[in-house]
Design a protein around this ligand. Structure first.
Ligand SMILES: O=C[C@H](O)[C@H](O)[C@H](O)COP(=O)(O)O
Length: 219
C-alpha cells in the first residue's frame, strides 16, 4: 500500500472505535482528513465533532458534520488524530501542521486518544522530525536562546502564524531520550505556549496502516 492508502486504512479502522451518540474530537493534517471523510459516513450516528484547528472545522462543516465548542461539553469520549512521529510507547511528536496547542487541549480533555498513522511514522526514538514549539511572538529571541541552551537548534517557521496568532520554532538536533522531561522543560520557558511532544499525555491506541492491513498497539 502507498503511504496515503496506509493513512486511509488507519482512518477506516478508527471508525470502529467511535461510540454511537457521542461528540468526537478530531485532529489536524492529511491523516485526520481521511478520518473526517470516513466520519461523514457515520455522521448520523454522532452528536458532532470538536475541531483541533480552523482547517479541520472547515472540513468538518464541508462534510455536514456539526462543529461543537469544547467549552460547551464536560467530557469527550474519544479523540482521533495523526502524528509526525510515534514510539512503541505511544509518545509522539506532533505539530508539523502547526496545530499542536489546540490538539494538546483536545487530547487533554479526551478520555481516549486514538492515533492513526502510516507505518513510516513509527520510530524507535523521537527527534528526527524537528520538534515544533508554539511561541508568543515577542518572546521569540528569548525562547530561541533558551532552547539553544537545552541543546536544540530552533528555526523560525517562515510565513506561518498559528490559529492562536503565534509563531512556531521548529527545533532540530534534539536527542529525545526522555520525552516527558523535555516536554516539561520546554513548557517551563516563559513565552512558550506549548511544544509538540505528546509524552505526558500520549496516545492510548495506535492504529498503524501497513502494507497489508493495520496493526494496533495499545498502551
Ligand atoms: O499540526 C499538525 C498535526 O500535529 C498533525 O497531526 C501531524 O502533523 C501529522 O500530519 P499528517 O497526518 O499530515 O502527517
Amino acid at each position: 500500500m502507498t503511504q496515503d492508502e496506509q493513512k486511509r486504512a488507519a482512518a477506516q479502522a478508527a471508525i470502529q472505535h467511535i461510540p454511537t451518540g457521542c461528540v468526537v474530537g478530531v485532529g489536524t493534517g492529511s491523516t485526520a482528513n481521511y478520518f473526517i471523510d470516513e466520519l461523514s459516513n457515520i455522521k448520523h450516528k454522532i452528536d458532532g465533532a470538536v475541531a483541533s484547528s480552523e482547517a479541520t472545522a472547515q472540513r468538518l462543516r464541508g462534510h455536514g458534520i456539526e462543529v461543537i465548542d469544547l467549552n460547551s461539553i464536560d467530557a469527550l469520549p474519544v479523540y482521533v488524530d495523526g502524528t509526525d512521529e510515534i514510539t512503541e510507547h505511544l509518545a509522539m511528536i506532533k505539530g508539523g501542521g502547526g496545530a499542536l496547542t489546540r490538539e494538546k487541549i483536545v487530547a487533554a480533555v479526551a478520555k481516549k486518544f486514538i492515533c492513526i498513522a502510516d507505518q513510516g511514522k513509527l520510530v524507535p526514538v523521537l527527534g528526527k522530525f524537528p520538534l515544533p514549539v508554539e511561541v508568543i511572538p515577542m518572546a521569540r529571541g528569548y525562547v530561541a536562546r533558551e532552547i539553544t541552551r537545552l541543546g536544540g537548534e530552533p528555526v523560525l517557521r517562515q510565513g506561518f502564524i498559528t490559529d492562536n496568532g503565534n509563531i512556531i520554532l521548529d527545533v532540530h538536533g534534539l536527542q529525545i531520550l526522555n520525552p516527558v522531561e523535555l516536554e516539561t522543560a520546554l513548557n517551563q520557558i516563559t513565552g512558550v505556549v506549548t511544544n509538540g511532544l505528546f509524552a505526558k499525555r500520549g496516545a492510548d491506541v495506535l492504529l498503524l496502516g501497513l502494507d497489508t492491513g493495520t496493526r494496533t498497539i495499545v498502551t
